[in-house]
Design a protein around this ligand. Structure first.
Ligand SMILES: C[S@@+](CC[C@H](N)C(=O)[O-])C[C@H]1O[C@@H](n2cnc3c(N)ncnc32)[C@H](O)[C@@H]1O
Length: 240
């Protein structure tokens, strides 16, 4: 088993009786979220709400790998959290460099540790920083793709109502789009499953398709990704 955390707020819950009562539903989903959970995954309490489950993170990583322009060699995970996506992106083997940016130091510690469990920690450049400042380092670099799974400003999303991306907290769609497309033509945003598609469509380019993919787990959409830029999906090869 991997090392135990030695800092308050970083947890390695291995028994249900240690697990916070208000998060209990996540205990039952832990292996859906991390296949290697029992190897000693570290989590903060908040991270349970936002972590991308491993099968979805792997699918997204595969989709980005196959569709991004071939000359792109660097991928940036702007909101790395506890590492769900960054680990999958590194494991895809598609990228010369993977950068993971996270502004909360404890959360980043979890991500690094979790990446060690998956054998990819040394393949990721870890940045404890605000992503809107840290992306500056990629100015003028044409080889970068940015993946961003921002906070969505809450934990409950109705099935029927449409999620207003102009009011997403703390960063709305416009802020995310403008901040990241300044540094890369290819930007993937991971957004609520019921996001307003009309609001997204406003950022499409004349005459070009804007790809939106839903990612499901246990028969229900968990989230969607919008692929801005020159991603080329082989439509014939796409699963039904
Ligand atoms: C939805 S979570 C990301 C989850 C991640 N994809 C995973 O699988 O673990 C959003 C993360 O963004 C971080 N964050 C929020 N604002 C940030 C900023 N300006 N720069 C960098 N990280 C930020 C939060 O601390 C949180 O960990």
């Amino acid at each position: 088993m991997s090392s135990k955390p030695d800092e308050k707020g970083i947890n390695q819950w291995l028994h249900v009786d240690q697990f916070p009562e208000n998060l209990k539903k996540y205990w039952f989903q832990r292996f859906k979220i991390w296949e290697q959970y029992d190897k000693g995954i570290w989590m903060t309490e908040d991270a349970w709400f936002g972590v991308t489950p491993e099968p979805i993170a792997n699918k997204i990583a595969a989709h980005i790998a196959e569709s991004a322009p071939k000359e792109k060699t660097i991928i940036v995970d702007a909101f790395a959290g506890v590492g769900g996506n960054a680990i999958a992106l590194a494991r895809s083997g598609r990228w010369d460099s993977v950068f993971a940016i996270e502004k909360d130091a404890k959360t980043l510690k979890c991500a690094k540790h979790n990446a060690e469990i998956y054998g990819v920690s040394s393949k990721i450049f870890w940045l404890n920083a605000d992503c809107f400042e840290a992306v500056n380092r990629f100015a003028g670099n044409k080889n970068v793709v940015i993946f961003a799974s921002p906070p969505w400003g809450g934990t409950e999303y109705g099935v029927d109502n449409v999620f207003d991306l102009t009011n997403m907290e703390p960063y709305n769609l416009d802020k995310l789009y403008k901040s990241f497309t300044k540094y890369s033509n290819e930007v993937v945003l991971y957004l609520p499953r019921n996001s307003d598609l009309n609001q997204i469509a406003r950022y499409g380019q004349e005459g070009k398709k804007l790809e939106v993919a839903h990612y499901a787990i246990m028969g229900a959409s968990k989230a969607l990704c919008v692929y801005f830029g020159d991603f080329k999906f082989d439509e014939e090869a796409q699963e039904p």
